[in-house]
Design a protein around this ligand. Structure first.
Ligand code: NAD
Ligand code: TDX
Length: 335
């Protein structure tokens, strides 16, 4: 039995990872460490109790976190826990430094003290900055973050790598492009558009709507993570991408057409400050070394995601009726 300490397991990608690994592998035990921020939802793992344990713990609280390490024999740490929304980082960067950098440092120090066999830092394409019309980010691209969120993720990556070089710790880093799929919190573009369209509400489109993201279905990301955990070389970075570049306006138009909603719902609003223009991932390395290829093309991925949000209306209606209302008002009213 292998024991994974997974942080941020009640969030979007962490919960998809835990469900996948518990469904697929019988010889794993998962310890989920999550302090249940606004982005967490324990319902994401309802029904999972075998080979699973939960700690309500803040990774930026080292004393509390050390209890988790003292009480368990952990083989491998997978660090998903983060503040993850760029717009929130622009409004209030402090918590991004605390969780994403200080929290990661605590995990690294405790992992070293407890001789953990593997530490995977879940990172993002955003650490590379912003692309022009051509080119892609490779693992050799200089890190050049441009938002408080991506700066905090880049800081965490550098700390993680410093623990490999300085202390010979078994560190791996994966950097993935924009995820979408089931259980994504409605603040992010894809679920926001699906939910607003279902509710016949305006869809806020930043700037000229032509910013490009490289979209990947979360299940492809999770499979990439499993490959990195299995076959990754310590001290290496692995890019994971969806091979699906699209402008925001095209994503929105596609969803509106699928849901038979009018394009008049689209409202161009003030641009995000420092809005990165384009992301695109070169993932030759993980493809060549481990055979990774995304299974979803973007149409199939969006269609299945729309169906998930239609079938799971009670999941997102509960979120919409809570604190999210205030966030939405603050972020979008009078924008
Ligand atoms: P999310 O916001 O949906 O979930 C984050 C989870 O972390 C939540 O459950 C939250 O409660 C938990 N958390 C936050 N602060 C914590 C703390 N101090 N202590 C313990 N738990 C804490 O995020 P996500 O979209 O699932 O992203 C997961 C990871 O993947 C992040 O590290 C993010 O940077 C990275 N990533 C995300 C994407 C994407 O498109 N969403 C792409 C590439 C990489
Ligand atoms: O209301 C909106 N209108 C809009 O035009 C929102 C929420 C977003 N956008 C635009 C901004 C981006 O160009 O859509 C694009 C995607 O925005 P987000 O969903 O906020 O994602 P992004 O900023 O690209 O970052 C995401 O991908 C990388 C995740 O949130 C990060 O956690 C991940 O690291």
């Amino acid at each position: 039995m292998k024991t994974y300490l997974v942080t941020g397991g009640f969030g979007f990608i962490g919960s998809n990872f835990i469900r996948y690994i518990l469904d697929e592998q019988k010889d794993v035990f998962i310890i989920n460490v999550d302090n249940i921020t606004y982005a967490a939802n324990p319902e994401n793992l309802s029904g999972y109790s075998t080979n699973y344990k939960f700690y309500k713990t803040d990774i930026s609280d080292k004393t509390a976190l050390s209890k988790v390490f003292n009480e368990n024999k952990i083989d491998c740490v997978v660090n998903f826990a983060a503040e993850s929304h760029v717009d929130r980082s622009i409004a209030d960067p402090g918590i991004f430094i605390k969780t994403n950098i200080e929290g990661t440092l605590n995990l690294l120090e405790l992992s070293m003290a407890h001789n953990i066999g593997k530490f995977l830092q879940i990172s993002t394409d955003e650490v590379y900055g912003s692309l022009g019309e051509t080119g892609k980010f490779s693992e050799e691209t200089c890190v050049s973050p441009r938002s408080p969120y991506s700066a905090s993720k880049a800081g965490a990556d550098m700390l993680a790598m410093s623990f490999f070089h300085t202390y010979n710790m078994p560190v791996l880093i994966s950097r993935c492009s924009n995820n979408y799929g089931p259980y994504q919190f409605p603040e992010k573009l894809m679920p926001l558009v699906i939910i607003n369209a279902i509710n016949d509400k305006d869809i806020p489109l930043y700037g000229d709507g032509k910013n490009i993201r490289d979209w990947i279905h979360v299940s492809d990301h999770v499979k990439g993570i499993c490959l990195v955990l299995d076959k990754g070389k310590f001290g290496e970075v692995y890019n994971i991408g969806g091979d699906s570049e699209a402008e925001n306006i095209d994503i929105i138009t596609y969803i509106l057409n699928k849901l038979n909603k009018p394009h008049s719902l689209i409202k161009y609003v003030k641009d995000r400050q420092g809005h990165d223009r384009r992301y695109a991932m070169d993932f030759h390395k993980i493809n060549g070394e481990m055979g990774f290829l995304p299974e979803y093309n973007i149409e199939k991925g969006i269609d299945s995601t729309i169906n998930w949000y239609i079938k799971n209306e009670s999941w997102w209606r509960k979120i919409l009726s809570g604190n999210y209302k205030d966030y939405y008002k603050k972020m979008y009213e009078n924008r």
